[in-house]
Ligand binder design. Structure first.
Ligand SMILES: Cc1cc2nc3c(=O)[nH]c(=O)nc-3n(C[C@H](O)[C@H](O)[C@H](O)COP(=O)(O)OP(=O)(O)OC[C@H]3O[C@@H](n4cnc5c(N)ncnc54)[C@H](O)[C@@H]3O)c2cc1C
Length: 395
C-alpha cells in the first residue's frame, strides 16, 4: 500500500489526507498544535474551490453548510457606488461557509485510514537521493512514498526546499468575526449586507451565513465580516482593537457601524496579512522512488483580497489526488509541479493587482482610482471570477 505523510492539519492538509485515504493510501497527518481547531470565522469559496471540493468527494457535505453569496457591488465610504451589484449566474456564484462547519466536513472525510497525530512539530524533511522521503520532529523519522507539506505560510519544509521564497508582510492587517444570529443587528430591507466598501487603505466586506431563524443552510449561522486596514496588526487587547476599528470606520455606510457594535471582543480574530515573494521555484521535488510536494499556503500564501487561498489549496489537493491516480511516483510529483505553478502564479498576479488598487492612498491617487475603479475593479474581478469559474480538476 502506498503511504503519505501530510504535514499540517489546516484545510489543505485535511482535504488532501482524506482524498489520498479514499484512493487507498495509508496516510499519517502530523500537526504541531495539540488540538486541530479552526478559527471561528468564515471563508468565501469561489466556483473553483467548490468544484475542487466536489472532485474530492466532499460536494454533498459542502452543500449542507454553504450559503450563496450574491454580488453586492463595491461602494466608497461615502456610499457612492463604484461598481453596481450585478446578477451572477448560479455556476459563478461564490458561497460562504463557517470555518468550523468546513472543518467538520473535512474531518468527516478523513475516514478510518488516516492517522492524525497532534502535538508533533516537523523540523526536517529528508530528501537524500536514492532514499525514500521522510520527515523528522528531531526524535523520530517517519518515511513515506510521498510527503505533502501543507504546513502553512511559515512552512519549514518550504524553507528547506525552496529557501528563495520568503514570507513578507503585505502591508496590511485583517480583522474578522462571525456575529451569531441571536446577536446580529436587524438591518432595514433596503440596506445591502453583501458587498464591499473601499476606502483609502481600508476595506470592509460582509456576508450572511444562512438566514436568520432558518434551521437549514449553515449550521453555524450569523453575519460574517472582514475588515482590512493598511499598517501592522495592533498589539492592544481585542476590546481596544474593536474601539479602533469603530473609529477608523466611523461614518462608513451602514451596516458597518452596526456590525462593529454588535461584535463581541472575544469573537474578533486579528491577523497580519502576509505573502510569499517570490513564489517557490518548484512545488514538486522528486526524492528517490517518491517525492515531496508543497500545497496550500506553504506553496502560495497570498493576501485574501480575492478570497482564493483556501480555494487554491483545494485545487492543489484535487489535482494531486487525481495525478496520483493516473501516474506513478515520482512522475506524479513532477506533473503536479508543472500543473500547479502556472495556475498559482496567475491567481497571485491577479491578487497583487487587487492589492495595488486597495492600497492606493493620497487624494489625487484616490480620485484617479475611484474614477477608474469601476472599470479596473470590474475587469479585475471579472477576470478573477472567470479564471475561478473556468478551473476544472484534471481528469
Ligand atoms: C483575513 C483572511 C481572510 C481569508 N479569506 C479567505 C477566503 O474568503 N477564501 C479563501 O479561499 N481563502 C481565504 N483566506 C486564505 C485561507 O485562509 C488560507 O489560504 C488557508 O487557510 C490555507 O490553508 P493551509 O491548510 O494551506 O494552511 P494553514 O491553515 O495555515 O494550516 C497549516 C497547518 O500546519 C500546521 N503546521 C505548521 N507548521 C508545522 C510543523 N512544522 N509541523 C506540523 N504542523 C505544522 C499549522 O499548525 C496548521 O494547522 C483568508 C486568509 C486571511 C488571512
Amino acid at each position: 500500500m502506498r503511504s503519505a505523510v501530510v504535514v499540517g492539519a489546516g484545510v489543505g492538509g485535511l482535504a488532501v489526507a482524506g482524498a489520498l485515504a479514499r484512493s487507498g493510501w495509508q496516510v499519517t497527518v502530523l500537526e504541531r498544535a495539540e488540538r486541530v481547531r479552526p478559527e471561528p470565522t468564515a471563508v468565501v469559496l469561489w466556483p473553483n474551490g467548490v468544484r475542487a471540493l466536489q472532485a474530492l468527494g466532499l460536494g454533498a457535505g459542502l452543500a449542507a453548510i454553504a450559503t450563496p453569496l450574491p454580488d453586492g457591488g463595491v461602494r466608497r465610504p461615502d456610499g457612492h457606488w463604484l461598481v453596481q451589484p450585478r446578477p451572477i449566474p448560479a455556476d459563478r456564484m461564490p458561497v460562504v461557509v463557517h470555518r468550523e462547519d468546513l472543518h467538520d466536513a473535512l474531518i468527516a472525510g478523513l475516514g478510518e485510514r488516516v492517522e492524525l497525530r497532534t502535538g508533533v512539530t516537523v523540523r526536517h524533511v529528508r530528501v537524500e537521493p536514492g532514499e525514500r522521503p521522510g520527515v523528522s520532529d528531531g526524535r523520530q523519522t517517519i518515511e513515506a512514498d510521498l510527503v505533502v507539506a501543507a504546513d502553512g505560510t511559515d512552512s519549514g519544509i518550504r524553507r528547506q526546499l525552496a529557501p528563495e521564497s520568503r514570507v513578507v508582510s503585505s502591508g496590511c492587517a485583517a480583522w474578522r468575526a462571525v456575529i451569531p444570529w441571536y446577536q446580529a443587528p436587524r438591518l432595514p430591507d433596503d440596506q445591502p449586507l453583501a458587498g464591499e466598501i473601499l476606502g483609502a487603505g481600508y476595506r470592509f466586506v460582509a456576508a450572511s451565513l444562512g438566514e436568520r431563524g432558518s434551521s437549514g443552510g449553515s449550521s453555524r449561522g450569523g453575519i460574517y465580516w472582514v475588515a482590512t486596514a493598511a499598517g501592522a496588526p495592533r498589539p492592544e487587547p481585542p476590546e481596544t482593537q474593536l474601539a479602533l476599528l469603530r473609529r477608523w470606520y466611523a461614518g462608513w455606510p451602514e451596516p458597518v457601524g452596526a456590525l462593529l457594535d454588535a461584535t463581541e471582543p472575544a469573537d474578533l480574530v486579528q491577523q497580519e496579512v502576509r505573502e510569499l515573494r517570490p513564489l517557490p521555484r518548484a512545488y514538486g521535488f522528486p526524492v528517490g522512488p517518491g517525492g515531496v510536494v508543497l500545497l496550500g499556503d506553504a506553496a502560495h500564501a497570498m493576501p485574501p483580497h480575492l478570497g482564493q487561498g483556501a480555494c487554491l489549496a483545494f485545487e492543489d489537493a484535487a489535482t494531486l489526488a487525481s495525478l496520483l491516480r493516473e501516474a506513478r511516483l515520482p512522475d506524479a510529483v513532477q506533473a503536479y509541479d508543472r500543473v500547479r505553478r502556472p495556475r498559482a502564479a496567475t491567481v497571485v498576479r491577479q491578487t497583487r493587482r487587487m492589492s495595488a488598487v486597495l492600497q492606493t492612498r493620497g487624494r489625487l491617487a484616490l480620485r484617479a482610482r475611484d474614477a477608474a475603479l469601476g472599470t479596473i475593479n470590474s475587469r479585475l474581478i471579472s477576470s478573477a471570477v472567470a479564471s475561478a469559474a473556468q478551473w476544472r480538476p484534471p481528469t
